[in-house]
Design a protein around this ligand. Sequence first.
Ligand SMILES: *Cc1c(COP(=O)(O)O)cnc(C)c1O
Length: 359
Amino acid sequence: MAQDDPLSWIRPEVRRLAPYHVVDPGDAIKLDAMENPYRLPVDLEQPWLERLRKVPINRYPDPGAEGVRSRLARALGMREGNAIVLGNGSDELIQIIALSVAERGRVVLAPGPSFVMYRMIAAFTGMRFVEVPLQAENYTLDMPAMRTAIERFRPAVVFLSYPNNPTGNLWRREEVLEILELSPGIVVVDEAYAPFASDTLVDVAGSRPGLVVMRTLSKMGLAGLRLGLAVGDAPLIGEFDKLRLPYNINVLTQASVEFALDHAPVFERQAERIRADRGELFRRLAAMDGVRPYSSEANFILFRVIPGIAASVHACLRERGVLIKNLATLPQLEDCLRVTVGSPEENTVFLDALGHCLG
Ligand SMILES: *Cc1c(COP(=O)(O)O)cnc(C)c1O
């Protein structure tokens, strides 16, 4: 029997996707991906390696990663009746949550511009993605538009990045709570940047059964380990947990995260440092001619340059050994670039190079 072209079996929405592209940084100063510039302090290296040495890599991991989950529950002050599900990064949790509601014709909704994975994962899971544009002037929520869209599309899930990537701002808390009130389905508050933000909704996670708060260890210094978490009402989290592949958090990650959480103040001090340096970076950007930075509650700053030059500024920085993110091809982000807050030395190299590139 003649075989069909195997590609004809691939779902059209998958065929249409562009592969997720990650730029090879070479030996550039890497300020494109919101990584923490600081490594584990040297005095913790040896104790960490001792912990890893004991890990039985011939055995499957603890499927529930109890050691990690109990430490996280304590660190978050998790309320009675809530539970935690862990993902291989919060990207995996976005996928698990989408998969749990995925049915043709259903809608995933988010304000935009926002985190690209919401749109991509809606496509992975065969759902429709509705993006409600943010207000043009300052990227705040357009509440009348949000109300109308929620009523019209009755989204299965609403994703709210709090603070928002790539704009860096935090929505007003009352607005998030109103969206929660209006939404018929699940509302995921994605707090990837919580260590750098002035507010969190983790205290109200699960207070309404549809409210799930998501966190990740990536932006606070452990991006290589891949660990994300979602906290919410135990029955709902239990459904997500069924879709989690049994051993999604590997033994080295479990042991390393337990170690890191036992030394949480180290990471809190790093985040504090980054928040202070963000202030300095913002002031110096704001003082440059032809640059408009947007204030940020995350570990990056979005900034606008004069029309038409974003791509060449990005390329010029790259030539001078600094890699940032060019967002200028995206809707509502014309002329915009995004820089991660690095170490003070990295930030200075970036600012000097930017000054040069703006000529
Ligand atoms: C970086 C980021 C994530 C993904 O984090 P991982 O845990 O590394 O998968 C999720 N949400 C937002 C808004 C992000 O910016």
